[in-house]
Design a protein around this ligand. Structure first.
Ligand code: F6R
Length: 248
């Protein structure tokens, strides 16, 4: 794992967007699809802004792109403003030319009886496309990537999970109070993420400094699921000064 530190988040967000754009174009030249694993939350917003800009101003086309989002709250209506479905359309999909059928976001409305089969299907869809070419990640204060909370296994796959208390506290402002934050989510597993050919994790701000120190400097352990990334051979952590302030 390499860590690269920038003064603030704007410039590196542009660089990450350019790396993604380069991959999309390379794949298009070869008549191949580009399979992207995407995150929501505040961390990737600058990357999506730049991708939209590249589409508008430089003609970057998403016609060969297939996306898989990491996670969704459960239960959750798509039309709900707090849904990750809403977030992705608002920040990216509504502004680029990705074919709607190429967009995959875990369905927060799947019935409890069908949940297990649904998760296996999500996983198989990624596998049948040859896996994720690129995975974009943020990190939660619990050390989660996706919603793989502490205790998540290295071999975990797409499944339902109970959200950590800290994760629900951090989401509370968006839901106008913790009582409205769902207790569960559907998330890709650690194993799903680790199979990606390239991973970039974004970390901005002081409130991520402590968990990033643990992620980068402690030994691999399930209590900080992001430590599993230490074993991945093509991962870069892109941090700003605040997020890197506790690294030794
Ligand atoms: C979101 C996701 C989460 C977030 C993490 C950080 O799809 O998978 O792991 O990346 O909770 O969230 P922000 O970026 O809002 O600090």
């Amino acid at each position: 794992v390499h860590s690269v530190i920038f003064k603030e988040s704007k410039e590196p967000s542009i660089l990450v967007a350019r790396e993604i754009a380069h991959l999309i174009k390379l794949k298009k030249e070869r008549n191949e699809t580009c399979v992207l694993g995407l995150a929501t939350g505040s961390s990737p917003i600058g990357v999506y802004q730049e991708l939209v800009k590249l589409h508008r101003e430089e003609g970057l086309s998403f016609s060969n792109v297939i996306t898989f989002n990491l996670d969704e709250y459960y239960p959750m209506e798509r039309s709900n403003m707090q849904s990750y479905h809403y977030f992705m359309h608002d920040h990216l999909f509504n502004h680029v030319d990705i074919p709607p059928e190429n967009i995959n976001i875990p369905d927060g409305k799947v019935s409890p009886g069908n949940l297990k089969a649904y998760c296996i299907e999500y996983e198989n869809k990624i596998k049948d496309l040859g896996g994720l070419d690129f995975q974009l990640l943020g990190i939660g204060r619990t050390g989660h990537i996706g919603f793989n909370e502490p205790g998540s296994h290295l071999n975990s796959r797409t499944r339902s999970i109970t959200l950590d208390h800290i994760t629900r506290v951090d989401a509370a402002p968006d839901f106008l109070g913790i009582d409205n934050v769902p207790r569960k989510a559907i998330t890709m597993g650690i194993g799903t993420v680790m199979d990606a050919k390239r991973i970039i994790l974004l970390g901005w701000g002081n409130n991520k400094a402590e968990i990033l120190r643990k992620t980068i400097e402690s030994s691999i352990n399930s209590e900080v699921p992001a430590t599993y990334l230490q074993e991945h051979n093509n991962t870069t952590f892109i941090l700003d000064e605040g997020a890197s302030s506790e690294l030794t």
